[in-house]
Design a protein around this ligand. Structure first.
Ligand code: UT7
Length: 342
């Protein structure tokens, strides 16, 4: 078993229906100018009836397998980062069953918008520990299920999507996970939440039982914004320090896609030119756990991210949770051996 984790393939799956800002403004009191100037979002994909998180995640997983050139039976692990499962007992096993990965253990990981990065890091630890050789890490969310379409402060922000990255054990020169940092602060959980509803059913005389079900998404946008522009640069600096990397060495900044103003603020903090900051917010909005792999896949496909490129990635959001990882993109079939940073 090798000492590294190679990122060998990435694929995204998106619903066909795109809803633009003008369309939303016929439903709720908002307008295209406000949404674009405050967030950078122009449109988002919204799942329709019959489209599920399982179908979306399965499409991404299946395509990632094909892109990596792997048989489903070669997989040891499937991690599905999501906050909007089809089944609270776990959606990852449904994906595992659908793609026929009979040898793979599969489970969900919930860390909201940090979920993909936390799942990638988790898979990396299994691989480094020697118990997993090949894994799929999927980021998928269908937050449209949990949006209050009358709340203009949140409904314009989110969209649905899924993307998967194939990772495998490798020798150190191909290692694609060069360092990471993770943080949580549950004291600030109420800044951004999707909570169990306070609902009860009568059970016995004088005793009722709780009834399952969730509220809609609640967010204190300004608090989360302040959190993001403070903590994301801090965790990226920690990452750079711990890996002996400088901002100038980075080919790309790949941040959770929540707000273009956050992307710009973080880039400016490190004097990184905006053209080296990956952004697809305009077309997809905030797809939560899916934003980072969706963006990575798009940039790999259009040739911006090439094998050997050095990427600093950061996820942040509900929990509150945030983290960062220094990645070296590998590409299908193995990348050229890159020089170590520093
Ligand atoms: O993925 C997890 C991480 N999430 C984030 O990072 C989100 C962080 N927060 C943000 O991105 C921003 O705070 C928002 C985009 C959510 C909001 O932008 P803002 O500049 O902080 O706006 P605001 O909440 O301070 O609201 C400013 C005004 C208010 O009106 P008044 O009180 O000034 O008259 C809002 O009622 O904008 C109004 N407003 C809207 N107007 C038109 C809020 N939402 C809308 C809307 N359309 N959709």
């Amino acid at each position: 078993m090798g000492a590294g984790i190679a990122l060998v393939g990435s694929v995204s799956a998106l619903q066909p229906v795109s809803v633009c800002n003008e369309q939303l403004s016929s439903r709720v009191d908002t307008n295209d100018a406000w949404i674009r100037s405050r967030t950078g979002i122009a449109a988002r994909r919204i799942a329709g009836p019959g489209e599920t998180l399982t179908s979306l995640a399965t499409a991404a997983a299946q395509a990632a397998l094909e892109q990596a050139g792997w048989d489903a039976e070669d997989l040891d692990l499937i991690l599905l980062a999501t906050s909007s499962p089809d089944d609270l007992f776990g959606t990852a096993p449904r994906v595992q069953g659908a793609i026929g990965a009979r040898q793979a253990a599969a489970f969900d990981l919930t860390a909201a918008c940090s979920g993909f990065l936390f799942a990638l890091i988790t898979a990396g630890q299994y691989i480094r520990g020697g118990t997993v050789g090949r894994a799929l890490v999927i980021g998928a969310d269908q937050l449209s299920r949990w949006i209050d379409w009358d709340d203009r402060s949140t409904c314009v922000l989110f969209g649905d999507g899924a993307a998967a990255v194939a990772v495998e054990a490798c020798e150190e020169p191909r290692n694609g996970l060069l360092g990471f940092k993770m943080h949580s602060d549950g004291r600030r959980a109420d800044c951004l939440s999707l909570r169990q509803r306070d609902d009860h059913v009568p059970l016995l005389e004088g005793h009722s039982s709780q009834k399952g079900g969730f509220e809609t998404i609640h967010m204190n946008g300004q608090e989360v914004y302040k959190f993001a522009v403070r903590e994301v640069p801090a965790v990226l600096q920690e990452l750079l320090n711990s890996t002996g990397t400088t901002a100038e060495q980075l080919d790309w900044l790949l941040l959770h896609q929540a707000n273009q103003r956050i992307l710009d603020a973080v880039a400016d903090r490190f004097a990184i030119p905006h053209e080296r900051v990956l952004s697809n917010l305009a077309r997809y909005g905030n797809t939560s756990a899916a934003t980072i792999p969706l963006m990575l896949d798009e940039a790999v496909r259009d040739g911006r991210v090439r094998p050997g490129d050095l990427i600093a990635s950061s996820g942040f959001g509900a929990g509150l949770s945030w983290g960062a990882a220094l990645l070296r993109w590998g590409g299908p079939g193995g990348a050229r051996a890159p020089a170590a940073p520093g």
